[in-house]
Write a protein of this length. Structure first.
Lengths: 268, 315
């Protein structure tokens, strides 16, 4: 163990929505500085709740952490509000991207920089950096964010977070609704930011295959509990993870499954 | 047939110099409504709440100002004190009512503003009194010939309306620039788009709301002053606000320039209706409902108003 505290340490937290629904019942995880950690789980397992507990955005959905502690760089955050978390250098990229749809791309990015009282020149440098990471956004500068494609919106969301000069990014399901090539691109950026700038990541994903390829450590969460922890290599080799998330498990055959619902095609 | 004849006659009459005079006069008086509408739009834009207490805030501000000047306080000192009072009031409303209710149903927030409305009404009466007060801003109310400035335009316009128009126009321009080109303005637009996302990037929601409520308080005061000069300060002043409703329906609930345009349209249509179509629609006094009819027709054609934000949806 090193003596410097980890970027993020979650110690056995419980979270409740609206005073009634227990969403997390014992989640512990650690993100060391400079690490990419993945959080795997199905819909409703508690991935988003875990991330929102760390960014203190749970309150905005009438949820709260009722037990356990969360520490950022060794500091307890239970008294912090969302604004102070971002000030600490921890930014969440929300699931479903949450672009400001009426603001143009550049304004969307700029909103991310307000937390740091940076000079115009520094702001501009930052902006150029984001455009350099996502060249595709350059030509969209003046377009309303809401009219950009899903992939572009994910780029805006990540770029907007980067404008705050974060040291830890909480990335919630970046692959959601994206074409494989975009998913790969987003994760390449994650890798690059991690290697070149030392930004730590906690990435929640359903797409375990991609997430484990880029992360060094993975946690599997189920029904609000961490059920497995291991290096990505271990998780990729473990049979139950393979069965649950990667497909190709030995005994899964849909002929034997009675109620297998095929997703109906949607026309939207 | 007779109705048709009188309609045609009315239309014919509308396109004369007299018609133009009514039109311009109407537009200018409509700007008084714009002043009220701006307050609504600010709060709605930033928090999605329709502020029911707007009218009472307006009354409270005017009453505070009048009570001060009646106690021989200098005009500008009273003006400054009232501004400070309204800023503090805005911040208190945000702190004690809006903030604890943040993230609740919008309807709960709306009901809270109804509560604020009656509380302020009582407070205004308790602190000051319920008598009718006169306000004299010292702006001349006599009409002036436009032809003195533009030779070929031989119509009469009220100086006071011109003054109100100038105030409203500078407010709209000022707010527009603020929204478009300042950091706080951009944060405000972000908040109006997505509360969750703005919190996630570290925009302090509560600070933005406090600013909005404080600015709204001051705008209520300015609108209150101008309305008070025309109507005098009494509880009927709270009803002035009702005329702001058709204005925001036409201009769009989320657009500050929309307030101006909506006000012009409502004012003009109201006066034209009253002067030229009153006989067709059964006598004088139609201007009280004419504005709402105009608004109704408008929202049938454009549900979000002229400048209102339409939801952006990709297909």
């Amino acid at each position: 163990m090193s003596t410097t505290p980890p970027a993020l340490a979650i110690n056995n937290i419980e979270a409740v929505y609206g005073g009634a629904i227990l969403a997390l019942r014992g989640v512990s995880l650690t993100v060391n500085k400079g690490e990419v950690v993945s959080l795997l789980g199905a819909n409703g397992a508690g991935k988003t709740t875990t991330l929102k507990a760390c960014s203190r955005l749970l309150g905005a959905e009438r949820g709260e952490v009722t037990k356990g502690t969360i520490e950022l760089y060794g500091e307890d955050i239970s008294k912090f509000n969302a604004y102070e978390i971002v000030r600490q250098g921890v930014v969440q990229v929300l699931e479903g991207r949450h672009i400001f749809s009426h603001l143009n791309v550049e304004d969307n990015l700029l909103t991310g920089s307000f937390i740091r009282n940076m000079s115009k020149a520094e702001q501009k440098r930052n902006l150029e950096h984001v455009y350099e990471l996502f060249p595709r956004l350059t030509s969209r500068r003046k377009n309303p964010g809401g009219l950009c494609s899903g992939g572009e919106q994910q780029m805006i969301a990540v770029g907007r977070a980067l404008m705050a000069k974060p040291s830890l990014i909480l990335l919630d399901e970046p692959s959601m609704g994206l074409a494989p090539q975009f998913i790969e691109q987003i994760f390449e950026i994650i890798k690059r930011l991690n290697e070149e700038e030392g930004v730590s990541f906690l990435v929640s994903e359903q797409n375990a295959m991609v997430a484990l390829r880029y992360a060094s450590v993975g946690y599997v969460i189920e029904n609000g509990r961490v059920v497995k922890r291991g290096s990505s290599k271990e998780l990729l080799e473990s049979t139950d993870v393979a069965e649950m998330y990667l497909g190709g498990g030995k005994d899964v055959s849909f002929d034997g499954v009675k109620y297998y619902h095929r997703r109906r095609p949607s026309f939207v | 047939m007779e109705v048709l004849n009188s309609l045609v006659g009315a239309f014919a009459e509308m396109f004369t110099l007299f018609g133009l005079e009514v039109f311009v006069g109407g537009m200018l008086s409509g700007i008084m409504y714009s002043l009220v509408a701006i307050g609504f739009v600010l709060v709605y834009k930033s928090s999605g709440v329709f502020n029911f207490a707007q009218g009472t805030m307006l009354l409270f501000a005017a009453l505070t100002f009048v009570s001060l000047t009646e106690r021989q306080v200098n005009f500008w000192v009273a003006f400054a004190i009232t501004c400070v009072v309204m800023v503090i009031m805005g911040i208190i409303i945000e702190r004690t009512v809006m903030r604890p209710l943040a993230n609740q149903d919008l309807l709960s927030l709306f009901m809270a503003t109804v509560g604020v409305n009656y509380f302020l009404e009582g407070l205004a009466q308790g602190t000051w009194d319920s008598a009718v007060h006169g306000v004299e801003l010292g702006v001349p109310t006599d009409p002036v010939f436009v032809s003195e400035i533009i030779p070929w335009l031989d119509i009469l316009v009220s100086k006071f309306d011109g003054f109100a128009a100038a105030v409203a126009l500078s407010l709209v321009i000022g707010l527009y620039l603020f929204f478009q080109y300042t950091r706080t303005g951009l944060s405000l637009r972000a908040v109006s788009d997505d509360h969750m996302a703005s919190q996630a990037v570290g925009i302090p929601l509560t600070k933005i709301w406090a600013i909005v409520w404080a600015v709204t308080g001051v705008i209520c005061f300015i609108a209150g002053l101008i309305w008070a000069d025309r109507l005098s300060v009494s509880f009927t002043l709270t009803w002035a606000v009702l005329k702001g409703l058709p204005v925001i329906l036409i201009g769009g609930l989320t657009s500050i320039p929309g307030c101006l345009v909506g006000g012009l349209i409502i004012g003009a249509s109201e006066k034209l209706g009253e002067i030229f179509f009153a006989d067709v629609f059964g006598g004088q006094g139609i201007e009280h409902w004419w504005a709402y009819l105009t608004a109704l027709v408008f929202i049938l054609i454009r549900p979000t108003g002229i400048f209102g934000e339409r939801d952006i949806e990709r297909i």
